[in-house]
Design a protein around this ligand. Structure first.
Ligand SMILES: NC(=O)c1ccc[n+]([C@@H]2O[C@H](COP(=O)([O-])OP(=O)(O)OC[C@H]3O[C@@H](n4cnc5c(N)ncnc54)[C@H](O)[C@@H]3O)[C@@H](O)[C@H]2O)c1
Length: 371
């Protein structure tokens, strides 16, 4: 079988942190096309990760016109996910698109329709599902140790941790702030753990309180990577925190919290991770800093168990280690070769996008959004 030919559209932060190192060296795969509006980024990526004859582009349509390309990774700001993914599917390519699936449910629907029309594969880059503690938590849930899960908390909070590269604070490019950027991860793996995508209604609030304030602390935030930096307070136009109340059709309820900036003593930002807490009729669990803590009853005693103690090989951020990103790409390449199934389905990611949008809508109107 000839090597699969892969193209990359968007050669910025996530391309260099996750996709290019994650895909390089995969057996049976040639990284042979690189596109970015900033040509130097495409050239650098081609040089560092591409085949000797790799091509570079500034117009993604030219890349898609190459009939030898089998699949593309869409790694641009959120607002462009839909247009590029739909065009890629129509051009006969399989697509791995970064999270969130799209900036709006309407865009996400167009992507689903294009997938169904073309019969090509579409998956979304939710690598947190591959974190060891989330894999272990999934096993605990699937073994029935929690019973019927009726309540969950999905959390991704940074006391201060506004991304200062790219266009993350620009609503016209991203569609929103921390909710759509990091809330999307913890919501995705909480739904995945619960295996429940049947939403009844959503209520939420998104706050725009701190993003535009220029005080001493904000000028020199120590972000979640321990670095001092700041963001442009004049152009910042997304929320800085958000909370959602998600009622599922079976009555189960999820509270979702996401922040890049919030005055909260409990700073989850240090480990730059996303957490979930699940409460079921037989027991509960939470994931934090690489651990899965099960609370249950043993011999009539309320008991806390650390499942697998500290999960071997946990990596507190995908950029600090190879495991989750390699897993994501291994599964993707296997699916491309026809040797396995996609792990993150676009249908699941669509529900995440719908919920996030409903929180924004509910915040504007003060009303619940019924599904
Ligand atoms: N999975 C994760 O944990 C994770 C982490 C960070 C970012 N992301 C996602 O990845 C995407 C990109 O984020 P980033 O941090 O890499 O941003 P970035 O700004 O660093 O990189 C995006 C790149 O896309 C290029 N680009 C923009 N429009 C383009 C177009 N039409 N054609 C070709 N290139 C174009 C830009 O020039 C830029 O180089 C976003 O959707 C973001 O949500 C995911």
């Amino acid at each position: 079988m000839a090597n699969l030919k892969i193209g990359f559209i968007g050669c910025g932060g996530i391309a260099n942190q996750k996709h290019l190192p994650g895909m390089k060296g995969m057996e049976g795969v040639d990284l042979c096309a690189f596109c970015d509006l900033i040509i130097e980024r495409a050239e650098k990526a081609a040089k560092e990760y591409g085949t000797p004859d790799a091509k570079v582009y500034t117009d993604y349509k030219e890349l898609l016109a190459d009939p030898t390309i089998d699949a593309v990774h869409v790694l641009t700001p959120n607002i462009a996910h839909c247009e590029i993914t739909v065009a890629a599917l129509e051009a006969g390519k399989h697509v791995l698109c970064e999270k969130p699936m799209a900036a709006t449910p309407e865009d996400a629907q167009k992507m689903l329709d294009a997938r169904d029309r073309t019969g090509k594969m579409l998956t979304i880059g939710y690598q947190y599902r591959h974190f060891p503690e989330n894999q272990v938590a999934k096993k605990v849930v699937d073994e029935g140790l929690l019973g019927d899960i009726y309540y969950a908390e999905a959390t991704y909070l940074r006391r201060r941790g506004v991304p200062t590269w790219g266009v993350f604070t620009d609503k016209s490019k991203q569609g929103g702030g921390p909710l759509i950027d990091i809330g999307t991860h913890c919501l995705d793996f909480t739904l995945f753990l619960m295996n429940n995508y049947d939403v009844d209604y959503v209520v939420g609030t998104s706050f725009e309180k701190l993003g535009r304030i220029l005080d001493a602390e904000h000028q020199g935030q120590v972000n979640w990577m321990g670095k001092h930096d700041t963001w442009n307070h004049e152009t910042y136009d997304v929320e800085d925190s958000a909370v959602g109340f998600i009622k599922m059709k079976n009555g189960a309820t999820i509270v979702l919290r996401a922040a890049w900036a919030i005055n909260m003593a409990e700073d989850y930002g240090a480990s730059n991770s996303a957490f979930t807490m699940l409460a079921g009729t037989k027991g509960g669990l939470d994931t934090k800093e690489g651990r899965v803590r099960l609370n249950h009853v043993v011999a009539s005693y309320p008991t806390i168990s650390w499942v697998g103690n500290k999960v071997a090989g946990y990596i507190p951020g995908f950029s600090q280690g190879p495991a989750p990103k390699s897993k994501e790409h291994e599964i993707w390449v296997k699916a491309l070769k026809g040797e396995g199934e996609l792990f993150v389905t676009a249908d699941q990611a669509f529900v995440v996008t719908k919920i996030l949008d409903a929180i924004y809508q509910s915040s504007k109107t003060g009303k619940p959004v019924y599904f």
